[in-house]
Design a binder for this molecule. Structure first.
Ligand code: UTP
Length: 290
């Protein structure tokens, strides 16, 4: 199965860090965000990854390419572990690239992959969203196979924050699986049909690629994937799975910090030391407040 990873956005929420480097290359611990995303796809059986890039995103291509000078150096130094790590990145999957000439929105970025996915269903994984648990794509695929329809991942958000997200309306057809009847972009708190927000992972039928060229620019003048999915509802069913695990939108500075702390605490390499340092920092904060 193929996956599209849109990574051509400007990352304005993360300026100035993203002025001259892709936000998808920001590290969480010692690994760039987009490597987590590609590894998640590979773990779910994806063998063909199409990354949508744009101007200023060269570092992404370099990251998944061989680095001959670095490999020579590590080989000469006898550092086999680092050598294995560096080579492994370039061997993760068959990675292809298409450039989105201008960041015209997520829907437009996905459309840039139409020739690549053809008449097959495909995954979409946002290049700045980390899902620490690999089960999300597996569940998307199971539900897709059961209902023969597109499936999107949603996550419950606190009610006061619904107006920041695209939210689904629908009813639960089995535990954790929703049949979507509508999608509402950034609803007001009192009009939101649910608190289930669309969150970074999709399995879409080729019909979406037929719809996208006709989608008019929507919110922010961008071609929105959500608008294409709303149009899709007129001709096909759409399902949503509610995520059990927590994902991180690393394009948002606070979530990126949270991802570093959460994954850091779980890491065998950094976990124990990080916990100690955090406790010391928090202790210092409390003392300061007294
Ligand atoms: P975001 O909406 O988070 O990206 O898109 P953005 O536009 O870069 O964000 P801000 O608001 O300016 O900070 C989610 C994913 O879709 C990609 C982004 O790179 C990100 O990985 N994207 C977005 C594109 O590939 N092209 C676009 O035109 C927009």
């Amino acid at each position: 199965m193929k996956a599209i990873i849109p990574a051509a956005g400007l990352g304005t929420r993360f300026l100035p860090a993203t002025k001259a480097q892709p936000k998808e290359m920001l590290p969480v611990l010692n690994k760039p965000v987009i490597q987590y995303v590609v590894e998640e796809a590979v773990a779910a059986g994806v063998d063909d990854v199409l990354i949508i890039t744009g101007r200023g995103k060269r570092a992404i291509e370099d990251h998944f390419d061989r680095s001959v000078e670095l490999e020579d150096l590590l080989e000469r130094a006898g550092d086999t572990e680092k050598l294995r790590q560096v080579r492994g990145i370039s061997e993760l999957a068959e990675v292809f690239y298409v450039r989105q000439k201008r960041p015209r929105g997520l829907g437009h970025a996905v459309l840039c992959g139409a020739a690549h996915t053809g008449d097959q269903p495909f995954f979409v994984l946002l290049g700045d969203v980390i899902m620490p648990n690999a089960s999300c794509l597996k569940r998307l695929r199971e539900v897709h196979e059961r209902y023969g329809a597109s499936v999107i991942a949603v996550t419950p958000v606190e009610e006061q924050y619904v107006s920041r997200y695209g939210v689904i309306a629908g009813h639960e057809v089995e535990p954790g699986v929703w049949k979507v009847t509508d999608l509402v972009e950034k609803p007001a708190i009192n009009t939101a049909p649910s608190n289930l927000a669309i969150f970074g992972r999709y399995l879409l039928t080729p019909k979406v690629m037929e719809i996208l060229p006709h989608v008019e620019p929507g919110r922010g003048g961008e071609i929105q994937l959500t608008d294409a999915l709303r149009e899709l509802l007129k001709s096909e069913e759409l399902y949503a799975i509610s995520l059990e695990c927590e994902g991180y939108d690393t394009g948002n500075v606070l979530s990126w910090i949270e991802a570093n702390i959460a994954l850091g605490l779980e890491s065998p390499e950094f976990g124990a030391d990080l916990r100690e340092r955090l406790e010391a920092l928090l202790g210092r904060g409390t003392r300061g407040e007294e």
